[in-house]
Structure formats: structure tokens, C-alpha cells
Design a protein around this ligand. Structure first.
Ligand SMILES: *[C@@H]1O[C@H](CO)[C@@H](O)[C@H](O)[C@H]1NC(C)=O
Length: 249
């Protein structure tokens, strides 16, 4: 019991007590050019956050790792296949260029929009797939990659500003991550127990139909990345106070 009290006391002491590491760019909340400053700060943060940052308990974002993504069969009769993806890594977020940001810091609410371009992103891991694409059966398990070419992304973060332990801090309530790729290249190895002709045909069929397929399943990828980002930003907001993230100057 005593130990528990001590642990809680220690945690409370650490909450909102850290600063961002020096290499991060800090923007003043009353900077008339806050959007421009924050675009630069986001670009800098992306490059720093490629690697894990232990002092803020941040996992690295390149690669971004996921244990498992289940994609249920879509509603469209043309692409009725179920996918289970495991041991996933999303690569190349470090090549992201921040195009612009919109930062809106209110009295008790905030909204941040981040617009980016990335030349390519690659999701790789293990898959199990089962179902139908158009009139053909698709079935198999093995390793896969999905390459997203020339990806435009919009990140939308909304949240609230709270006062805790005397210090205001930011709380993320909602994150959306919308990806608009210019092309998708699916490569599922070992479809149909390694039947190469069938495997090649099915991969081509997937690639030729990437747009309707992405319209059906893209939101599942997006939700996982959004949840990952929400977790990363929450780690920062739990440790660094509002005044230290966006000081008044
Ligand atoms: C951002 O998300 C909020 C809350 O979900 C929503 O009200 C707002 O319209 C979104 N903004 C954009 C530009 O999509």
C-alpha cells in the first residue's frame, strides 16, 4: 500500500514536468506567424522522432510498428476478401515533407491540421488472405508489401486544454489521418501455396484495381496510423505542459 502511494506520488511529480529535448523547435502561441513556425517545428519533430526518444517514452515512427491489423471483407461484392496482417512495419515516414499547418489554440480547445507529402510509404509484414476479387478466388499466407506512391496526408488533431497540478496541459481527444496515394502496389508472396502463375495474376489484378480496393480498405490503415499518432502525441502532452510546448512570449 505504501509503495503504491509512493509510486503515484512519483508519477504525479513527473507529470508535465519535462521539457521537449533542446533539438525540437518551440513556437510561441502568440507568434503572428504561428502556422509557419509550426510547419518548421513539425518538420524538425518528424526527423527527430524517426528514432525512439526514451526520455519522453516515445517509440520511433520510422518504422512504425503494428502487431496486427484485421481488415474485414468489404461491403462491395467485387472485393470480398478478408485480410489478417501481422508483424507490420510502415516505413519511410522520415521522407515526409510538411507542406503547411493550421494551428488554432483557443481558451479551452485546440485544433491542429498538418498537410504533408511523402514520395512513398511501404507497409510490410505477414498476411493471411481469403475471399474473392471480382470473380476469382484469392487465398494464401506469407509475406507481403503494399507500397503507397506519392502520398498526400492530412492529419487533424483536436483536443482540449485542462489545468492540472496548477499547470495547463493539452489533451488530444481526436486524431484523424487521411492518406491520398497516387498509386498502390500490392505484392503478396506465396498466394495459393506458391503457385507462381496464379500469384502473379492475382497481384496484377489487385494492382489494376487499387483505387476501388483502397476506397474499401484504406480507412482501416488510416485508423491504425491515427491511433499510433494519438498515442505518441499523448505521451508528449502528458509530460510537457502547454506553457513549455507553446510558451507566451
Ligand atoms: C478536424 O476534426 C474535427 C473534429 O473531428 C472536425 O470538426 C473538423 O471539421 C476537422 N477539420 C478538417 C479540416 O477536416
Amino acid at each position: 500500500m505504501k509503495l503504491l502511494v509512493l509510486a503515484i506520488a512519483l508519477q504525479a511529480h513527473q507529470a508535465f514536468a519535462k521539457k521537449l529535448p533542446q533539438a525540437f523547435t518551440i513556437c510561441s502561441r502568440n507568434d503572428p506567424q504561428l502556422d509557419e513556425c509550426f510547419s518548421g517545428a513539425t518538420q524538425k519533430a518528424l526527423s527527430l522522432m524517426t528514432e525512439p526518444i526514451p526520455e519522453l517514452s516515445l517509440p520511433g515512427i520510422d518504422p512504425m510498428k503494428f502487431d496486427k491489423i484485421e481488415i474485414p471483407p468489404s461491403k462491395s461484392d467485387n472485393f470480398k476478401f478478408k485480410q489478417t496482417l501481422t508483424n507490420l512495419e510502415l516505413r519511410n515516414l522520415k521522407a515526409t515533407k510538411v507542406k503547411k499547418t493550421r494551428v488554432n489554440l483557443g481558451e479551452s480547445e485546440f485544433n491542429v491540421l498538418i498537410y504533408t507529402n511523402t514520395p512513398w510509404l511501404k507497409l510490410e509484414g505477414n498476411y493471411e488472405i481469403d475471399g474473392k476479387i471480382l470473380v476469382l478466388t484469392i487465398k494464401g499466407e506469407g509475406t507481403f508489401t503494399v507500397t503507397f506512391d506519392d502520398v498526400k496526408v492530412v492529419v487533424n488533431m483536436t483536443g482540449t486544454i485542462h489545468r492540472k497540478k496548477g499547470k495547463p496541459h493539452l489533451q488530444i481527444d481526436d486524431v484523424t489521418f487521411k492518406m491520398d496515394p497516387n498509386n498502390l502496389i500490392f505484392k503478396f508472396d506465396n498466394l495459393f501455396n506458391g503457385n507462381e502463375d496464379l500469384g502473379r495474376s492475382l497481384n496484377s489484378l489487385l494492382n489494376e484495381n487499387w483505387r476501388p480496393i483502397y476506397a474499401e480498405i484504406g480507412s482501416t490503415y488510416e485508423e491504425f496510423v491515427a491511433a499510433y499518432l494519438k498515442n505518441v502525441v499523448t505521451q508528449i502532452f502528458n509530460k510537457v505542459s502547454y506553457d513549455d510546448l507553446f510558451p507566451i512570449k
